[in-house]
Design a protein around this ligand. Structure first.
Ligand code: HEC
Length: 205
C-alpha cells in the first residue's frame, strides 16, 4: 500500500507536469499578494504613445521657477538693512495714543513678556533657563528712536528670536509704543499715555 502511494504521487508525474504545477502555485500566490500592492497613481506604467507626463513643464508643488535676479515680490516690504538706517528713516505711523498703547500691551504680553518681563526690565519667566535680556527701560534705550525697536522686533538679535514673520508691521509699531509706556513707568513712575505726536515725518513700511 505504501509503495503504491509513492508510485502514484511521485513517480507517475512527468517533469513537465511538475513545472506546470509550480506555475499554478506561483500564479495563485501572486493573486493573494497582488491586492496588497496598490499601483502608484503617479506612474504611467505603459507609455503606448509618449504623452505629456515627461515634459519640461514645472510639476505642481515640486519646483518653482527662480525669479529673475533683482525681482521683488509684489507684497514685499523693504526694510532698511541696518539699525542706523532704521532709526534715521522709519517713523511710527501711529500716534502714541492710548489706543495704540493698549494694542501694544496685548501684543507685548503675548510675544515679549516671557523674556523681557511685565515691566521690560528683563526678568521674564523663562530667564532662569534662557539668557536674560537687558533692561529695555533704561536710559540707553529711552534715547533710541522708534526705528531701533522696530528693527529689533523684525530681525531679532544675537539671541532674541526675529518676529518679522509672526508680528505684522502695524503690530510691531504698537509694541514700540508700549515699550515707551514701560520706559516712562521706569523713568518717571508714570504709565499715562503720551500726548499724540506724529510730527516726526519720514516713511513707514
Ligand atoms: C525668547 C526670549 C525673548 C523674547 C520672546 C523677546 N526677546 Fe527681546 N531680547 C532677548 C534677549 C536674550 C536679548 C539680548 C540679546 C539679543 O539682543 O539677542 C533681547 C534684546 C532685546 C532688545 C535690545 C536689543 C539691543 O540690541 O540692545 C530689545 C529692544 C528687545 N529685545 C525687544 C523685544 C520685544 C519688543 C519683544 C517682543 C516682540 C522681544 N524682545 C521678545 C530675548 C527675547
Amino acid at each position: 500500500m505504501k509503495q503504491e502511494m509513492s508510485i502514484y504521487c511521485g513517480n507517475v508525474r512527468t517533469a513537465a507536469e511538475r513545472s506546470s504545477l509550480r506555475l499554478v502555485l506561483v500564479a495563485l500566490a501572486a493573486l493573494v499578494v497582488a491586492p496588497g500592492c496598490s499601483p502608484d497613481p503617479n506612474t504611467t506604467k505603459l507609455q503606448y504613445v509618449p504623452d505629456m507626463a515627461d515634459t519640461a513643464a514645472i510639476k505642481a508643488q515640486r519646483d518653482f521657477l527662480n525669479p529673475p535676479e533683482g525681482s521683488v515680490a509684489t507684497n514685499a516690504i523693504l526694510y532698511p538693512a541696518t539699525i542706523e538706517e532704521s532709526e534715521k528713516i522709519l517713523r511710527n505711523p501711529f500716534p502714541a495714543a492710548a489706543e495704540s498703547e493698549a494694542q501694544g500691551k496685548k501684543l507685548y504680553d503675548t510675544f515679549c513678556i516671557s523674556c523681557h518681563g511685565d515691566d521690560g526690565k528683563g526678568k521674564g519667566s523663562v530667564t532662569d533657563l534662557y539668557p536674560q535680556p537687558p533692561d529695555i527701560t533704561n536710559e540707553a534705550y529711552v534715547t533710541r528712536q522708534d526705528g531701533f525697536f522696530f528693527h529689533k522686533i523684525t530681525f531679532g538679535g544675537a539671541i532674541m528670536p526675529a518676529y518679522g514673520y509672526s508680528i505684522s508691521p502695524h503690530e510691531r509699531w504698537h509694541i514700540v509704543h508700549y515699550v515707551r509706556v514701560l520706559q516712562r513707568a521706569a523713568q518717571h513712575g508714570s504709565t499715562a499715555p503720551a500726548t499724540p505726536d506724529n510730527s516726526q515725518g519720514g516713511t513707514n513700511p
